[in-house]
Design a protein around this ligand. Structure first.
Ligand SMILES: Cc1ncc(COP(=O)(O)O)c(C=O)c1O
Length: 381
């Protein structure tokens, strides 16, 4: 490991694979498609996909075409679903890299079929329906018509899956069951398509509703040990920890200010630790006043953030030195901060928070206690 590392994210690949197995057992015989979009929620798409693939995962889901190309260029085999909004000018690139689009309407399926004819290849595709999220996808009543078009195009393109996404998976059971029913109604006219993969559930629905596993589930959070349901429905282990080191210690006098634009007034002499990371590294102005980080196992309030710096009030901890470890996500002594808590401090979902941590924070991959790989701006994938 490089001696000069200060900010670091450590990824425990053994725990990732444990979570994958636990999830797989929970949803079997349904297949687990690993959601590795947004750099696998900040964990690093390529090392995560590679570890999962070695463990038998054969379907990966991303949002953007470039994310799919990144996986292919790094040798990830299997099905790579592009779940996001794809436009016809991206179709050729998807075909060239054997990526599978999840198409939002049948006009796009026609364009995909035209390309298939040109290439003289029967290209695979999924379609998506909108059951309540109000974003891309066919409306529930369009199932019949979509199935007829899929049948007409079947010579050129192969419909392998139908997907949808629940709008409020942590919410009311009744709402979730009604969205599930809309999905099943949409899928009903496709009965004659053999081996179709229906996939609706992401982590929360997969954990909560067995009936929604169908042929496949698309899982991000559970793989990364992120659980929002109490009591925890699965035996998940934490995968990511995030730490930095104290860069300067100082005592600020009453009447001083911390941060830009008078972010935090100093009303009494305050011991402050300056940290070498900021907005580019997952922190936000909204964290000020709502978030503690750990120093010597003690929670210390965050009192300032800038692009590259953050300031902690360490008044309640004695003898803090330059170089001492500060934990943003993970455990220190008996204390712990989860990614969910750090996100909540700034009103962000966990995926939002982790996706905000730029690659200038090196990701270090551990298995059996040893660092096996680094992903960083010096070692990009
Ligand atoms: C369409 C779709 N499927 C699956 C997922 C994975 O969600 P989770 O991380 O809750 O498993 C997402 C995440 O945003 C998504 O947008």
């Amino acid at each position: 490991m490089r001696e000069e590392l200060v900010n670091r994210i450590e990824i425990d690949l053994d725990n990732l694979l444990h979570n994958y197995q636990v999830t797989r057992n929970h949803v079997a015989p349904a297949e687990v498609a690993a959601v590795v979009k947004s750099e696998a929620y900040g964990h690093g798409a390529v090392p995560i996909a590679r570890a999962l693939q070695e463990q038998g995962c054969r379907t990966f889901a991303v949002a953007f075409v470039d994310e799919g190309i990144q996986l292919r260029r790094n040798g990830i085999p299997g099905d790579i679903l592009i779940m996001g909004a794809t436009l016809p000018n991206q179709f050729r690139a998807m075909a060239d890299f054997a990526l599978t689009p999840v198409l939002a309407d049948m006009e796009r399926a026609e364009a995909w079929a035209q390309l298939a004819q040109q290439l003289d290849e029967r290209l695979p595709y999924h379609i998506k329906s909108d059951v309540g999220l109000g974003r891309m996808g066919l409306m529930p009543e369009q199932g019949e018509e979509a199935a007829a078009t899929a049948r007409a195009l079947d010579r050129h393109i192969e419909l392998v899956g139908i997907s949808s996404h629940l709008s409020y998976p942590s919410g009311d059971e009744e709402l979730n069951l009604s969205e599930y029913q809309k999905f099943m109604d949409f899928c009903a006219p496709f009965e004659d398509f053999e081996g179709l993969q229906r996939h609706l559930a992401a982590s929360q629905a997969a954990a909560r509703f067995e009936s929604m596993h169908l042929e496949m589930v698309r899982i991000g959070g559970l793989l990364y040990g992120i659980n929002h349901i109490e009591p925890a429905p699965l035996d998940l282990r934490p995968v990511l920890s995030y730490s930095t080191r104290v860069a300067q210690v100082k005592t600020l006098p009453a009447g001083w200010w911390i941060g830009y634009n008078g972010q935090h007034p100093v009303t009494e002499p305050t011991d402050v630790a300056v940290l070498p990371l900021g907005w580019t590294d997952g922190l936000a102005s909204y964290h000020i006043g709502s978030t503690d980080l750990l120093v010597k196992g003690q929670p210390c309030p965050l009192v300032g953030t800038c692009t590259d710096f953050a300031m902690l009030d360490i008044s309640r901890v004695s003898n803090v030195q330059v170089g001492d470890e500060v934990v943003l996500i993970g455990t220190q002594g008996d204390a712990a901060i989860t990614a969910i808590e750090l996100g909540k401090g700034a009103g962000m979902s966990t995926g939002q928070l982790l996706g905000k941590i730029s690659l200038r924070v090196p990701r270090l991959y551990f298995s059996e206690g040893r660092c096996r790989e680094e992903l960083s701006i010096l070692n990009p994938k």
